[in-house]
Design a protein around this ligand. Structure first.
Ligand code: FAD
Length: 378
């Protein structure tokens, strides 16, 4: 079968904050990008975030996630970026071609360079009753409520008191779902105190040192069994929805398919493509950004996207090296600040470990063969 072929100087996979910022930066530098996203709206995760974001003005602090998404999309369109929604990248071959489904069927793209910004996927784990209808990722519950305006159930229990668990639990409350509680195995709340306080003010208990044991029900979730790890006792919550907010993992399949070297960094969500400070992978012409390059926040994703766009334009020879260095330095300094503080520190150290691998990667033995070193937790 002969498939339609298209060539583009730069293809960006993913129209989340990382991909859109990469596209804007590249377009500004004179490298016209084509952005592909399987979703029906540009903005990635931001599309369903109805809460106000923290951070600095450059990252849209004080605005709601979906508003930031709208601004990024119009920023791209203003710079002449082509965004094709409803286009899923099915494959990324070792020769650099992409297999895409969308528009009028399946076709092949031959990019000059590629930025992968495919985001992250929710983690899960098996437990008795985990296949019952009513068990879902917190992100799925958020999509139902904030995008499709459908309640996932009437009464829910949230597993995980990180930011995603706390934010989604609150948004479920706002939508009219009764939230029976948030359980967390750790001794402390992992998310920001402000999100936890909001829930507590509404009377939602956050139960630390509590472990999920089973979802129960004949045809769907009717109750959830939880262990109080301090007392060694068990509790039964009468709920029809069980949401899991137990972490996110970089969506690295396309990078792996292309042959990018993957590194395991638990602080950044697990396996992710090795990259240097300018977001170049070990495959020439392939760049990564955002949650795919380590699960962090939208602000980080935007700046990593900017770096990837700059690096792609620089390597394509359309951007003056002096200008590129100046702009990259500015963005890298901002990233350093974003990774300050107790929440950012473990991620900053993990990225530093990745950079120590960069030194080895640039060694005389050749880039690809020489990527090695310790990446485990220290
Ligand atoms: C509940 C929740 C609350 C959050 N709150 C905050 C907050 O307050 N502040 C903050 O800074 N961050 C927050 N974040 C984190 C933030 O949303 C992410 O860090 C950010 O969206 C990551 O951006 P990204 O561009 O890397 O990925 P995403 O936003 O996930 O975008 C990736 C895009 O790639 C597309 N894609 C993936 N694979 C393919 C493929 N094969 N073909 C085509 N398209 C593909 C997807 O459709 C998606 O649109 C929150 C996250 C969650 C889940």
């Amino acid at each position: 079968m002969n498939l339609r072929q298209e060539s583009h100087p730069l293809v960006v996979v993913g129209a989340g904050p990382a991909g859109l910022c990469a596209a804007m930066e590249a377009a500004e530098a004179g490298l016209p990008p084509l952005v592909l996203d399987e979703g029906s709206k540009g903005g990635g995760q931001l599309v369903k975030q109805i809460h106000r974001f923290f951070g600095s003005r450059e990252h849209g602090a004080g605005k709601r996630g979906f508003q930031i998404a709208e601004e990024l999309v119009s920023g791209c369109l203003g710079k002449g970026v082509e965004i094709r929604l409803g286009h899923k990248v099915l494959g990324f071959f070792p020769d650099g071609r992409l297999l895409v489904e969308g528009g009028q069927g399946v076709f092949v793209l031959q990019p000059g360079a590629t930025v992968l910004a495919t985001g992250a996927v929710e983690k899960s784990f098996p437990f008795p009753g985990w296949t019952l209808p009513g068990v879902m990722g917190a992100g799925a519950a958020q999509t139902l409520v904030n995008q499709h305006r459908v309640l996932p159930g009437r009464r829910a229990l949230m597993v995980g008191a990180g930011n995603v668990g706390l934010i989604v639990a609150y948004q479920l409350l706002q939508a009219g779902v009764e939230v029976a509680g948030v359980i967390e195995v750790n001794r402390t709340v992992g998310g920001y105190a402000v999100h936890a306080q909001r829930l507590r003010r509404e009377g939602v208990p956050i139960l630390l040192r509590h472990r999920l044991r089973a979802a129960e029900g004949e045809k769907e979730v009717e109750s959830v069994l939880v262990e109080d790890m301090e007392r060694g006792t068990w509790k039964r919550f009468s709920v029809d929805t069980l949401c899991l907010a137990v972490g996110m993992a970089p969506q690295a399949e396309l990078a792996a398919m292309r042959g990018c070297h993957l590194v395991y960094l638990p602080e950044l969500g697990g396996f992710l493509p090795w990259h240097d400070r300018a977001m170049r992978t070990d495959c020439p012409g392939v760049y990564v950004a955002g949650d795919l390059a380590g699960v962090e926040e939208a602000s980080v994703a935007m700046d990593e996207g900017r770096l990837a766009g700059l690096a792609a334009a620089l390597d394509a020879g359309v951007l003056d090296p002096g200008k590129a260095a100046e702009r990259m330095e500015e963005v890298m300094e901002r990233l350093e600040l974003l990774r300050g503080g107790p929440f950012g520190e473990p991620r900053r150290k993990a990225k530093e470990r990745l950079n120590s691998l960069t030194v080895l990667a640039m060694g005389s033995a050749g880039r690809k063969a020489s990527i090695h070193g310790r990446t485990g937790r220290r």
